[in-house]
Design a protein around this ligand. Structure first.
Ligand code: KG4
Ligand code: ZN
Length: 347
């Protein structure tokens, strides 16, 4: 029997992560360790991720993450069979830190090196958590990404569409900032929204009249800003109810857009007659219970199964990179010291 133990590294945005996965023969892989160091405190006072600060923190934390992952798994570097690393897309300084660390380990230990696309890591997570069968439909929705993909293989994706401007997570974060709510905006806006009236403000649902699966969220934040400023100029301040109503109306617009475009993506996907039709969502915004509930309804109506990985595997982590690396490893994919860090890398 064949056992493969793979170390994965992730450093493409503001999380430094290392994970170890082990797979014996065809059985589902086991996550032996998954360490994530978030950098949000480092960036908090700048109101966004500062690339220079991120790169330095990744470089400092990567070795520590690897050591911790090994300790948690009860392994040493000699037990590792392959190294997988996010080689893009992302902030170039961070990606470079990860790729250099992985190259050092691979060269020093004489191990195969596998460069992984960060988006493929997210997109393959339902296979790690649920054993999802290809082809499945994926909605990746986070602070940085928003796209529909049909996953056909570890190295084979069809993009059906996505945002043409902001990602929904960005819009949630911006909304929170405009209303003086704490960051990250997603959870705080969601909490306010439960107390508000979603029909008080009619925010735009852009591109619904246009065919295809593209979406737009930048107009939403402008509309929200205008609604807030109207209240401010009329009443001089926002009441609790104003804030809740703004959040509820904002969230309803995001939910409507995602639901309508998901229905379209599902329709395109099922035309390919998958044996076990499945929609999976991943990314931080997939944590939103209103979004989840609506997407589940869309799937039920269209006869497609629905799954969302546990939150710690929805957000940035290295277990997904190790898993994608494992599939690529089995497919015979290998990189070498010429592996480059790529700021842009469409699937
Ligand atoms: O996947 P993630 O951790 O990082 C990347 O963007 O790659 O996603 C973070 C984003 C943030 O914008 C955060 O506000 C959003 O996910 N988020 C949510 C919720 N929880 C996190 N958005 C809406 N509702 C939530 N409950
Ligand atoms: Zn991500």
């Amino acid at each position: 029997s064949q056992t493969v133990t793979i170390l994965g590294l992730e450093s493409s945005c503001d999380d430094t992560a290392a994970a170890i996965l082990r797979q014996t023969d065809e059985s589902p892989p086991e996550i032996l360790a998954s360490i994530v160091y978030g950098q949000s405190e480092l960036h908090a006072r700048f109101g966004g991720v500062v690339p220079e600060i991120a790169a330095r923190a990744h470089a400092e934390k990567l070795d520590l993450c690897v050591e911790e992952a090994l300790a948690v798994a009860g392994l040493s570097l000699r037990d590792i069979d392959a190294i997988a690393v996010t080689a893009g897309p992302g902030l170039i300084g961070g990606v470079l830190s990860g790729v250099m660390c992985a190259k050092g380990l691979a060269a020093g230990l004489g191990l195969p090196l596998i460069g992984v696309n960060h988006l493929a890591g997210h997109a393959l997570t339902p296979r790690l958590t649920d054993g999802a069968a290809y082809p499945y439909l994926m909605l990746l929705v986070s602070g940085g990404h928003c796209q529909f993909l049909i996953a056909r293989g570890a190295d084979s994706f069809t993009r059906l569409g996505g945002t043409i401007d902001d990602a929904p997570g960005e819009a949630f974060d911006k909304t929170a900032r405009l209303l003086g709510l704490p960051q990250p905006g997603g959870p705080s806006v969601q909490a306010e929204a439960t107390k508000g009236d979603a029909r008080r403000f009619r925010f735009p649902r852009p591109l619904l009249d246009r065919p295809g699966c593209d979406m737009s969220f930048s107009g939403l934040k402008t509309a929200l800003l205008r609604a807030r400023d109207t209240i401010l100029s009329e009443k001089g301040g926002l009441t609790r109810q104003d804030r809740a109503d703004l959040c509820a109306s904002f969230q309803a617009a995001v939910v409507d857009v995602l639901a309508a475009k998901t229905a379209r993506a599902v329709t395109i996907y099922v035309e390919q007659t998958p044996a076990h039709p499945l929609l999976a969502v991943a990314g931080g915004v997939a944590a939103n219970s209103a979004i989840r509930a609506r997407l589940e309804t869309v799937c039920t109506d269209l006869g497609v199964a629905f799954t969302a990985p546990p939150l710690e595997l929805c957000t940035d982590n290295a277990a997904m990179i190790a898993y994608a690396g494992l599939e690529l490893f089995h497919a015979g994919h290998r990189d070498d010291m010429a592996l480059v860090a790529r700021p842009r890398w469409p699937l």
